[in-house]
Write a protein that binds this ligand. Structure first.
Ligand code: GLC
Length: 550
């Protein structure tokens, strides 16, 4: 056993499963999912093959932004359970080899948080400076997170007699991270959850967190140094702790959140890769993805991307050009009701792609083959659809569909926390129970993909190189790590294609990692591949003398 970074940086070969406790499984019949429900169904997540569970916010909250408006950073929403239940869940997960990470939402609090209540009441209060106040609204920062829903980043507060900064909704006042006490409190919050057993944090809204009203990252107060301090802090408290940052910025700004030596965030969500993946799917061409893979900054050994098909928010297409965004809208969400904030889609993967078929399986294969650690959003593993009757981003956060029973088996109560979809994506059509028994189901397919991904650590650790072919619909790339290579080929188009892959003379044989095809090796390290519409192929290359161990 080698004792280098491969034994510690578990997140490089992880498969992350993201869920909202409120919508996963209700065990007490009140219609609201609970922590005990997640514990009860932990085997579902373990059997899928995930190795890390990301819990969306479960703290006390007025719930005006699905818990991203926290009113007590050290507590648990009593509808969902208790701190004791959190510890039991973490233990049950750890027993199955699953680590647990939680959201760290500290760019802002709820306006109902006692800190804000104290701050607004009295200019002399020690909490006043915990938030960002102005007598007049400022022009800074530019841009709105929820255009159409909010009109400014500043909100006048009658009680305070001043404006406060809010990068998100007006009921989410931004914390003032230039204040040392606030920074200490944030470390204390992280220390608290680490002590309860979490293995890291999904850090909400990192660019907004590091930017304080008109003082962008890197200018004046360099809050990036603080991000490095936080990384060191979590590392001291728990050696293998991981920070995964929500960083949706332009390509040239991505690197600064990893740090010059990879010593800030361990991981960033690959938003750009995601947006270009959907563009490539819409066009049936590999070029948008190839271009993006060439553009991404090279990462230090201590960093990696987190990839996803869909997350819990809108499918944001904000970094595409207007024309490109229209192409994705036309292909996957033409109805204005499917669109949000002018830049995103409030639909799930399976419904956008038209249900379980070759194209959906191609998308999943692509996700697990691309550089980065894959994240599965709950319900997508069975191909759940959204419920557009639920407003805003909540459309993709309807209850998990466990069975064909009433309310999809999510609750025995009369009224689920959100309504489940009807029609082709209703629980009778799409549910865990049916798919678990069916080896041909999407769930079984994704289990096999995850198992294959876990068998091939090259995909997590390796260096990615694009392979040129003559077919525009083919994305072919190789991932090399420690003398071992995986080559994956994906046909994004709706027609069969053939291509020749030049793999190098030293390659004597290729093995199909997904065990679906027999692939013959040609002369001189060449392989002829023939992929049907939306076909995919993962090959492990064998060189002379290589042992066949997996
Ligand atoms: C992040 C979350 C989103 C939330 C926002 C404000 O973008 O993903 O759901 O609304 O932060 O906390």
């Amino acid at each position: 056993m080698r004792l280098d970074q491969t034994s510690d940086q578990w997140w490089k070969t992880a498969v992350i499963y993201c869920l909202d406790v409120e919508t996963f499984l209700d065990t007490d019949g009140d219609g609201i999912g609970d922590l005990n429900g997640v514990t009860q169904q932990i085997e579902h997540i373990a059997q899928l093959g995930a190795t890390c569970l990301w819990l969306m916010p479960f703290q006390p909250s007025p719930n005006r932004d699905d818990g991203y408006d926290i009113a007590d950073c050290y507590g648990v929403d009593s509808r969902l359970g208790t701190l004791g239940d959190v510890v039991e869940l973490i233990r049950a997960a750890n027993d199955r080899g699953l680590r647990v990470i939680v959201d760290l939402v500290v760019n802002h609090t709820s306006d109902e948080h006692p800190w804000f209540q104290e701050a607004r009441r009295d200019r002399e209060s020690p909490r006043r400076n915990w938030y960002v106040w102005r007598d007049e609204p400022s022009d800074e920062p530019e841009g709105l997170s929820f255009p159409g829903t909010e009109t400014s980043n500043w909100q006048y507060d009658e009680e305070a007699g001043q404006y406060y900064l809010h990068r998100f909704y007006h009921f989410q006042p931004d914390l003032n991270v230039l204040h040392e006490e606030v920074r200490d409190e944030i470390a204390r919050i992280m220390g608290f959850w680490l002590a309860l057993g979490v293995a890291g944090f999904r850090m909400d809204a990192v660019p907004a967190l590091l930017e304080t009203a008109g003082i962008p990252v890197g200018e004046g107060h360099d809050l990036r140094a603080w991000l490095r301090d936080l990384r060191n802090f979590v590392g001291r408290r728990r050696g293998d702790a991981m920070l995964l940052g929500e960083v949706n910025v332009d390509p040239q700004q991505l690197a600064q959140y990893f740090g010059d030596h990879g010593d800030m965030l361990h991981m960033e969500f690959a938003f750009l890769l995601n947006q270009h993946l959907w563009l490539a799917l819409a066009r049936g061409e590999a070029e948008p993805l190839e271009m993006l893979i060439r553009t991404l900054p090279a990462l230090a050994p201590d960093n990696c991307w987190a990839t996803f098909l869909r997350n819990h928010d809108e499918l944001t297409l904000d970094k595409l050009t207007l024309g490109q965004r229209e192409e994705v809208f036309a292909a996957f969400g033409p109805d204005p009701d499917m669109q949000l904030y002018g830049h995103g889609l409030r639909r799930r993967t399976a419904s956008m792609i038209g249900g379980d078929g070759a194209r959906l399986r191609l998308a999943w294969s692509l996700l697990f083959a691309l550089p980065g650690t894959p994240i599965v959003f709950y319900g997508d593993e069975i191909g759940m659809g959204e419920n557009l009757d639920i407003p805003d981003r909540y459309a993709v956060r309807s209850p998990m569909q466990w069975s064909a029973e009433p309310h999809g088996g999510f609750t025995t109560g009369a009224e689920p926390v959100r309504p489940l979809p009807e029609g082709a994506f209703a629980p009778a059509e799409v549910n865990v129970d049916d798919q678990r028994r069916d080896p041909a189901s999407l769930l079984s397919f994704i289990r096999r993909l995850i198992a294959a991904r876990r068998r091939r650590p090259e995909l997590g650790w390796g260096q990615v190189t694009l392979i040129e072919t003559d077919a525009p619909s083919l994305l072919a790339h190789r991932t090399d790590w420690e003398g071992s290579t995986v080559v994956t080929v994906h046909n994004l188009g709706d027609a069969d294609v053939r291509a020749t892959l030049e793999l190098g003379e030293e390659v004597v044989a290729v093995d199909d990692v997904l065990e679906e095809h027999a692939v013959e090796m040609g002369d001189g390290g060449r392989v002829e591949v023939e992929l049907e519409a939306y076909g995919y192929l993962w090959l492990h290359l064998r060189r002379d003398g290589d042992r066949r161990l997996s």
